[in-house]
Design a protein around this ligand. Structure first.
Ligand code: COD
Length: 301
């Protein structure tokens, strides 16, 4: 059972031959710190795209050496993002990382039909949390890409995350599809989708996982709460993955876990031609490092 984000290290490929990671745009202190540490530990080989003068200035203040880092000097944010994405598209690197730029700007470049990283699959955001009060790592999706997913999109989001768990040797992750209540309420569309996803799982239309829903957040993560409400569920209290009804609920949960619960988090975009490290700009250097670790651990598998 994976309990700590540090446990992801066991899935890293050969550290003598690390994957190349492109940070774009590079002029961001927490990102430079995380990339430099990951490079030093042999987790990735860094490529920086961005304003070279600003990036080197930040590195100097942080007493970080960028010696030996491949660098593409590009001051314009949009051009830098396009160049970074194209490097992956052209096979020059294996992992993309968002630096100091808005999420939607990066995602629009990733979705570009000519030089982007489309695979024909839906792309989605996956976050993996280490919370002190929970007995194992817990995934949360989608808190940052798909705004108001349809039922079909929820199936794709679920499958993308299940694939990540399977890569991390969790062959049948337990998935809680969240609603505000644990009973189907015909006025709450999230509970209707949750019930359909559960039935599709029971009938073998969604595989390699155990899905239950609707579950409210408390009974998804607390067996005591589930027992109290007399809910019989294989998932309740032992959830590996929380499937969110929409981006707003997901984003608020993500930030509540980080800021109130002081949880550690690693996150990325999945379903693209390469993993994309995509953290919030306010995330810590540690969160960016752990996200690099998650991307590198799952990229090659
Ligand atoms: N996966 C695959 N293809 C997609 C996806 C996806 N998730 N989303 C859109 N596309 C394709 C569409 O099929 C279409 O071909 C093209 O991309 C454009 O689609 P639009 O017009 O619906 O999408 P955009 O370009 O307006 O927006 C896509 C974003 C991902 C940028 C948008 O959904 C978005 O802004 N998401 C939220 C990002 C955000 O602000 N997160 C903040 C939390 S930190």
């Amino acid at each position: 059972m994976l309990k700590k984000l540090d446990d992801l290290r066991q899935f890293l490929p050969d550290t003598k031959n690390p994957q190349k990671l492109v940070l774009v745009p590079s002029e961001d202190a927490h990102s430079i710190g995380a990339v430099a540490r990951a490079a030093e530990e042999g987790i990735i080989e860094p490529i920086l795209v961005g304003d070279r003068e600003k990036t080197e200035g930040l590195a100097e203040v942080m007493k970080i050496s960028l010696k030996g880092f491949r660098f593409y000097d590009e001051k314009d944010n949009i051009k830098a993002v396009r160049l970074g994405v194209k490097l992956i598209h052209d096979g020059e690197a294996e992992v993309l990382m968002k630096g100091k730029v808005g999420t939607s700007i990066l995602l629009k470049a990733v979705l570009d039909k000519e030089y982007g990283l489309r695979t024909g699959k839906l792309l989605s955001h996956f976050a993996l949390f280490e919370v002190e009060t929970y007995h194992k790592l817990i995934g949360v999706t989608d808190v940052a890409m798909n705004i108001a997913p349809t039922l079909d999109e929820k199936i794709a989001i679920l499958n993308n995350s299940v694939e990540i768990f399977n890569k991390l040797n969790v062959p049948e992750p337990k998935v809680a599809v969240l609603g505000a209540v644990e009973q189907v309420n015909t006025s709450m569309s999230a509970t209707l989708d949750a019930a359909l996803l559960s039935k599709m799982n029971q009938r073998g239309q969604i595989r390699n996982c155990i899905v239950d829903g609707p579950l409210a957040f408390d009974n998804a993560i607390s067996l005591e709460s589930a027992r109290h409400k007399e809910i019989k569920s294989e998932v309740a209290g032992d959830t590996d993955l929380l499937l969110m009804p929409d981006i707003e609920v997901g984003n608020v949960l993500y930030k509540s876990l980080v800021f109130f619960a002081k949880a550690k988090v690693a996150s990325m975009i999945v379903g693209a031609a390469a993993p994309i490290v995509l953290t919030s700009r306010s995330d810590s250097e540690q969160a960016k490092f752990d996200s690099i670790l998650l991307a590198a651990a799952t990229a090659s598998r």
